[in-house]
Structures are given as C-alpha cells and as structure tokens.
Design a binder for this molecule. Structure first.
Ligand code: UDP
Length: 236
C-alpha cells in the first residue's frame, strides 16, 4: 500500500494516509527526544532499529491473542497499521521502581513491585502528560468504562507475554507505556513498542539498555537497542 499525505508528525514517528481510510503508514525517524521534547537528537539507524523491534514485538503480541494495529512491515523504516481512533491516555505498568515513580514517591530505584503497578497519564504535551486516575478518565469522557477495563486487561496480558520474552533474553522488563485506540468499536493496541517507551535492564548487571541511556547521556543508545533486539530474536 502506497503512502499518500502526511497526516501527523510526532516526536519520533510520522504518520501518512494510504488509499484505504482504514490504514496508515508509520515512518520511524531517527529523531530521539526526552524531557517533553527539551532534549532532541538524531541517532543514526534508530528509525530502522525501532521499526524492526516494534514489528517483532507486535507480531509476538498478536500471536498471544492481543489485538494490535500492526499489519506488516513495508520497508526498513515503515510499517502499515490500522487507523485507530486513539484514546488520549498512556497506560504504564511497572515491575520494578524507576523513573518518575522514584521521583514522585522518593523510593529507591530497583525495588520489585509486587503486584506490578498500573498508572494512567493524560496525553497532553502542554500539561506535561499529567498522571490521572480511572475516575478522571471516565468523568472527563476520555474513555468508556468497558474500554478502560479492556485496556487494563490487555496491558497486564502484555506484561505476562513480554516479561517472559525478555527474561528468556536475560533482560528485566522494568516498566513500559502502551497506548490504545478503537477500531470498529474494539480496543486495539496502537503506537509502538520499542526501547524508547520501556525500560529494560540486563538481568545480572542491571545495566540500562533503553532510552534512559539517552535521558542520562550514557551513550551507546542505538547499540543498546540492537543488543536487546538480538537477545530476543529480532533480525536487523
Ligand atoms: N514513557 C513513554 N512516554 C512518555 C512517558 C513515559 O514512553 O511520555 C515510558 C518510559 O519510557 C518508561 C515508562 O513509560 O518506560 C514509565 O515512565 P516514567 O513515568 O517513569 O517517566 P520518565 O522517567 O520517562 O519521565
């Protein structure tokens, strides 16, 4: 399917229409941003690495029965996806404390969270994606109750599938962010799953192999993403 016009350009991906109104093309760019877009850099090969990483993960999730928008990879940096009516919420699950949770609650990075936590953030750059709760999500009409329940169920099923997949590659899935949308009334996983939107640590050394390398200026960002990909079976 051919891409037609640019519909939207985000911080790391551009979205194009196709001839079919139900499908879009995602283009993964090399742009990498953090801190609400205050730190931005071009990282060579990152678009390709994230496109292939995402294609692999989405296929694994689909095989486990999780509905996703992913259809197929079109090129090194492009994938065909279903066009969803996006729900303006980010679902975050944490297996281990890190990032904003530590800043917010003053807890030590690295403590196990049992059970894993579930958090919602409103997608709103101007407000810095504030944390919201399930009542806010329903009372402001961002999502219907039944769809929110389904998002939670799918978010935890993703945890079961991916925790094990990464563990088999000697990696800990510390936390991750998912976004969902509606396709013909059904809740479907959208956006992307890549080391840009999750935290992955080496199981033994606890070395960070995700976007924290960029946030914290540790270097070797794309090399770390490729290392993670190789360990779980992504072909670059
Ligand atoms: N995350 C994301 N996009 C965002 C905010 C968070 O992909 O806009 C991911 C982030 O990479 C991490 C998880 O969600 O894997 C939890 O992020 P956290 O709340 O700790 O915020 P951060 O430390 O990234 O500011």
């Amino acid at each position: 399917m051919e891409k037609r016009e640019l519909l939207y350009s985000g911080k790391a991906k551009s979205v194009y229409t196709t001839d079919d109104p139900d499908y879009m093309v995602l283009e993964f760019r090399n742009d990498t941003s953090a801190f609400d877009g205050k730190k931005v850099e071009q990282l060579d090969r990152k678009g390709m690495v994230n496109n292939k990483f995402n294609a692999f993960i989405m296929s694994q999730l689909a095989a486990a029965g999780i509905p996703t928008h992913f259809e197929r990879q079109l090129s090194d940096i492009e994938s065909l996806v279903k066009r969803l009516d996006m729900i303006p919420l980010e679902c975050v699950v944490r297996n281990i404390a890190a990032g904003s949770l530590c800043r917010r609650l003053g807890v030590e990075e690295g403590i196990d969270l049992l059970p894993p936590t579930f958090e919602l953030f409103l997608k709103n750059d101007a407000l810095g994606d504030p944390m919201v709760n399930e009542y806010h999500a329903r009372s402001f009409g961002w999502v219907e109750e039944k769809d929110l329940e389904r998002m939670k169920e799918l978010t935890f099923r993703v945890n079961d599938v991916l925790k094990q997949l990464f563990l088999d590659g000697g990696l800990l899935l510390v936390d991750y962010k998912l976004e969902f949308g509606l396709f013909r009334g059904e809740v479907v996983l959208g956006d992307e799953f890549s080391p840009d939107g999750c935290r992955l640590w080496d199981k033994d050394s606890r070395e960070k192999l995700d976007k924290d390398r960029f946030r914290q200026g540790l270097g070797g960002v794309v090399e770390a993403y490729e290392e993670v990909g190789r360990r779980i079976g992504v072909q670059f």
